[in-house]
Design a protein around this ligand. Sequence first.
Ligand code: COD
Ligand code: ZN
Length: 374
Amino acid sequence: MTTAGKVIKCKAAVLWEQKKPFSIEEVEVAPPKAKEVRIKILATGICRTDDHVVEGMWPSKFPVIVGHEAVGIVESIGEGVTTVKPGDKVIPLFLPQCRECKYCRNPDGNLCIMTDLKADGVMSDGTSRFTCKGETIYHFMNISTFTEYTVASEFAVAKIDDAAPSEKICLLGCAFSTGYGAAVKTGKVTPGSTCAVFGLGGVGLSVIMGCKLAGASRIIGIDLNKGKFEKAMAVGATECISPKDFTKPISEVLSEMTGDSVDYTFEVIGHLETMIDAIESCNKNYGTCVLVGIPPSGKKLSCDPMLLLFGRTLKGCIFGGCKSRDVVPKLATDFLAKKFDLDQLISHVLPFKNIQEGFELLNSGKSIRTILTF
Ligand code: COD
Ligand code: ZN
């Protein structure tokens, strides 16, 4: 019996308030409205940003269904949807691409005007598609994926090859595309160059993979947790260091290791101190520093302008600077062609109902990416 046009009752992980555990609840998911699609989620990864919502470090309305790195199958479509159809395998995109706004039309822009920057938690008509126990439940980044079914704008889904394995390809929804794009699209890493990556979580490892794909000859991974080094080396780092092993600034350590300085640095932690370290560590004349990690809200970066005056470039990006609907299907095809591997990013695969355990693994530093399957 078709579910199209009807409310679907399903399980979702609801966050009723900040700093509280997830609660698996039965929720109602309304049918998609015009230009929207309803998606049956197959697999979703746990990202640090989801935990930022739990901890109150990322703005969100409550109660909310978080999750933003997933893959699913289109269950039904709303009026006027032309680019996907029921049965299509899709990756929901927290950064949409309407292809019409000023940002989408600029060749370098990717911050589509439809992005939920204000964290309103509602669809473009100002309402939510989720309810639970008679209460409105808010969306997260327009795609909420910690649920068996979700609704997203047509502009916030990328159709991918059906053959792509769900528990791996969901990483294109955040970690891999963010890190890969930071290196290739935003940093524009050149063959033979030297790179340093601060932070070896799932996104940092993806930056390393991007640097390697771009042909960097030396990639130095930096993390306080030495337990992260093995994976970093497996995905392409040529050496790894922990700031704990040195008393001098990390920029001096890198300068001694390389005989001068590195060409590209990436901050993939989201701390102000490591952002300054990353700026200071790239070549003062032609180095490029890319900020990837999002700092705690309201914090200001303060540094000596002379750091930039000799020619350094300081950049930042969201979703790696990639235009989401253009890039994600291509990356899925590249993955199937074995141009890169995602296995090293996945440390745990758990059933969706064990979501709380997944967050405990993240917070104990034991996981890279935990994938929840449905
Ligand atoms: N020095 C060195 N390493 C450190 C330090 C430090 N002072 N502090 C922490 N670390 C290490 C940790 O040991 C850990 O290995 C790593 O830094 C951080 O990894 P994770 O696993 O916590 O985080 P990731 O890789 O999943 O993501 C981290 C980001 C900060 C990149 C992410 O949360 C983020 O801000 N992404 C922004 C980009 C974006 O597009 N965001 C929207 C959706 S995520
Ligand atoms: Zn994320």
